[in-house]
Design a protein around this ligand. Sequence first.
Ligand SMILES: [Zn+2]
Ligand SMILES: [Zn+2]
Length: 397
Amino acid sequence: MGVRDEAAAIAGEIAELRHEIHREPEIGLDLPKTQAKVLAALDGLPLEISTGRGLSSVTAVLRGGLPGPVVLLRGDMDALPVTEETGLPYASAVPGAMHACGHDTHTAMLAGAARVLSARRAGLPGTVIFMFQPGEEGYAGARHMIGEGVLDAAGSRPVAAYGLHVTSQRLPCGVFSTRPGAMLAAADQITVTVRGRGGHASMPYRAADPIPVACEMVTALQVLVTRKFDVFDPVVITVGSFHAGTADNVIPDEARFLATARSFSQESRGALAELVPRLIGDIARAHGLTAEAEYSREYPVTVNDVSEAAFASETIAAVFGPERAELAEFPITGAEDFSFVLEQVPGAFVMLGACPPGTDPQTAPTNHSAVAVFDDAVLADGTALYAELALRRLALR
Ligand SMILES: [Zn+2]
Ligand SMILES: [Zn+2]
């Protein structure tokens, strides 16, 4: 029986685990219930298991019967602060928490791959690290796990690392997508406080109004994007939070806004970190106000190694047929903390279309939506891909 058939044979159990995790979503770095479900699913397998100290991660090491290199497979485990509105039978039972990014499927598929590979342990030429990671959604869980030694869990560094991510839209169900080089953007946070002087709204000349100045900054940031950056090395700045004032007739003392900055190269990221605070400061000064702009580097660019991306793509084509292996023309403007792993280990991040069959991927709700649906149909093949990537990469040496 091939790996695909072996994964298909346990598809029911993988879906059951996925549903259990989906019903009880947990957010952030501390996911004790999810961790317990993973540990139960791995129970009895020939794995060396350790759990995180500062976060509820699970690291499982499978040592094959034959000598060989180390490969790392990663699945993230955390949910989002979203109240689910899908109406699915296994929908979240926790108000304000939902697996709206499909990480429940990654966790279940990775546990499935651990089972499939454990059954082949005797003939496995090397070692596989299974990285079950909390806190992908803004908590840098991958960086914490690296700090706690996940990359050295097998005794020697992995030669390759692979991550899988479902998407509820764009890709047809069952189609895998990857590309060499930049796969996802770097995501940084800009925090701006504009300090003026409050007063009566009818006499703005007696005050120093921070609101029009902050508004000017918002539009100037968009001009900065078009005038200071190469159109072929794009950046995105979006102000997603803007707050000032309490009443129509009061000029407030300050205005605050938050923005996300996305980029795909070290050069652009470095330029953002330098130019954004300067622009904010200069606009404030032009109006006789002051401003603080804090540029915080969050997730780096997720960079797929050229040969590992080609290997992943060839593996997908060989296992599932070339029609299911998309070579993505462009990177994704989303971000991933798997980027921290790929900074240290060559590897590839692969997207998997998971919108329900019969749904138009172009109009289906996006990941993070309260109505995003990831279909169980992809669980067996996602499991098979994790396992095949490890098996074939170990065989390569
Ligand atoms: Zn997400
Ligand atoms: Zn995600």
